[in-house]
Design a protein around this ligand. Structure first.
Ligand SMILES: Cc1ncc(COP(=O)(O)O)c(C=O)c1O
Length: 500
């Protein structure tokens, strides 16, 4: 007998049918950016291969309840993880018959986890260093900063040249100190899609006796195929002697559903400090190579099925399609007066900025959104101008011919509209504000002034983000961080349900 008087205010709503529950998910999903169809140039990786989603979903379902906590209880997962690590090694210049036959690795939940673990492993390989440090180019992914922050490792940032968007290896060498445990570089960088001089950087790291991690999370699965297609891809993988670890995300250009990356080390000894083991409690002895303990087998099985299905021929074909789409988009950018490419594309990113007198990029991004093209604005940073980032996947190829005219039209409108002007009070506020001076009242006022709902976080997001981006662009990085934490915090509030 249920005592209704004890249910109280915390009762959940009664259960609904499976159809209703699923239709709620579908209704919520309808408000999202389109994950398929080649019109979203960030966040998603769509190969547009018929049947692939269904295959991955079926494989995910098979293993969703399998727990990666204990590889001996679920040998299926161990076998699939070993297959994924082996495949990643093969793509990245390791394995039998190569100069890196002893490479080992782990499957993680994503690029960020792979990078955190690369930093942790390097740090823990040197327990004698009390205040460890890492050296990263300024173009390295923000996940290195997250790793440094979580792990209390100091970060020495080497600026990239505004012309090449790459760090100078001599400056990397100069940044290495006795406490440096890791030097990192990207192949390619996310923001601009350029490949760092890995050979030179790995050499200076090796000379100093320091590990060198290549962050190939974004492009590690395409660069080798682009090279096979004849593109001039520089050496960046285990064929480079000083490279000690590499990360590659399967949920990016291996086209697996989200939740899978691989972290590789040149040999088992280098991987050893990655493990966490704990027997000093009354429960099971915990031995984890990665951050999570309980891990769903779903993403791993989905990635396994995706890789098996696409295979070498599939990835080669998709890389060719993507390369052609990149070339087409880059041509479209070159053809529009007022825009210039930040770098000649050398991977699967097209990144452009405005020339002197060109359109306001934040207005342009909104104009493209209004036309159904979802691009990613990048704020100006340390002498680099604001830019627009396009992650290009195979699904974009059939759309390329439509993009050029849309871009031209959007640029024409953005030019005639001109940049958004920050209201005077917002402009003076952001000029004078320091992160420490932000109060909840100021945040609410700013959010309301920017059209972020009524400032309480409960209203709809504005369709046009140029005002928000212009404000953020005017702020230094530390204030950008604080403002976005506050704004996102306003959005992330519990949905209590109708009685709440
Ligand atoms: C070069 C690079 N490294 C790391 C990451 C982080 O990956 P994730 O978002 O899977 O954590 C990304 C994501 O875009 C990336 O492009």
């Amino acid at each position: 007998m249920i005592d209704e008087s004890r249910v109280g205010a915390w009762a959940l709503p009664p259960g609904v049918s499976a159809e209703v529950a699923l239709s709620e998910v579908r209704q919520l999903r309808a408000g999202d950016r389109p994950t398929h169809g080649g019109r979203l140039f960030a966040y998603v990786y769509d190969p547009a291969v018929p049947g692939l989603d269904e295959l991955a979903a079926a494989a995910h379902r098979e293993s969703a309840h399998v727990n990666g906590l204990d590889p001996t209880a679920f040998p299926s997962l161990l076998a699939m993880e070993n297959a994924l690590v082996g495949a990643a090694g093969r793509v990245l210049g390791a394995g039998p018959g190569t100069t890196a036959p002893d490479v080992v690795g782990s499957v993680t939940s994503g690029g960020t986890e792979s990078l955190i673990l690369a930093v942790k492993t390097a740090r823990d390989a040197h327990p004698e260093i009390a205040a460890p440090r890492i050296v990263v180019p300024s173009s390295a992914h923000a996940a290195f900063a997250k790793a440094a922050h979580y792990l209390r490792v100091a970060m020495d940032v080497v600026p990239v040249s505004p012309d090449t968007l790459r760090p100078d290896p001599a400056a990397v060498a100069a940044a290495i100190r006795p406490e440096t445990v890791l030097v990192a570089c990207s192949a390619p960088s996310y923001a601009h899609g350029v490949v760092d001089p890995v050979e030179e950087i790995a050499a200076v790291a090796a000379d100093a006796g320091v590990r060198c991690h290549v962050d190939a999370c974004f492009g590690g699965w395409t660069l080798p195929y682009l090279r096979r297609l004849g593109e001039p891809v520089p050496a960046f993988d285990f064929a480079v002697p000083g490279v000690t670890s590499i990360s590659v995300d399967l949920h990016k250009y291996a086209y697996a559903p989200k939740g899978v990356s691989v972290l590789l080390h040149r040999d088992p000894a280098r991987r050893a400090p990655q493990y966490f083991a704990y027997a000093d409690w009354p429960g099971y002895t915990m031995i984890n190579p990665v951050i999570a303990s309980t891990r769903s087998g779903g993403p791993i099985a989905a990635a396994y099925a995706t890789l098996r299905h696409l295979g070498d021929d599939g990835y080669l074909r998709l890389a060719a399609v993507t390369r052609d789409a990149v070339a087409g988009l880059a041509d479209a950018v070159r053809g529009v007066d007022g825009l210039r490419l930040m770098a000649e594309p050398e991977s699967t990113v097209v990144c452009f900025t405005a020339t002197e007198g060109g359109p306001d990029l934040f207005v342009l991004v909104d104009e493209l959104t209004a036309r159904g093209w979802h691009t990613q604005p990048q704020l100006s940073y340390a002498g680099l101008p604001a830019s627009v980032h396009l992650t290009v996947t195979a699904a974009v190829a059939p759309r390329v011919a439509e993009f050029g005219p849309a871009l031209e039209d959007a640029v024409a409108v953005a030019r005639s509209t001109g940049p958004v002007r920050l209201p005077a009070e917002l402009a003076s506020l952001v000029g004078a504000l320091t992160p420490e001076a932000l109060t909840p009242e100021l945040v609410m006022g700013l959010a309301a002034g920017l059209g972020l709902g009524d400032g309480s976080g409960t209203g709809p997001l504005p369709e046009r983000m140029a005002l928000v981006n212009t404000l953020l662009d005017a702020a230094p990085p530390s204030l950008r961080e604080r403002l976005l934490v506050e704004f996102v915090g306003l959005l992330q509030r519990p949905a209590w349900g109708s009685d709440g």
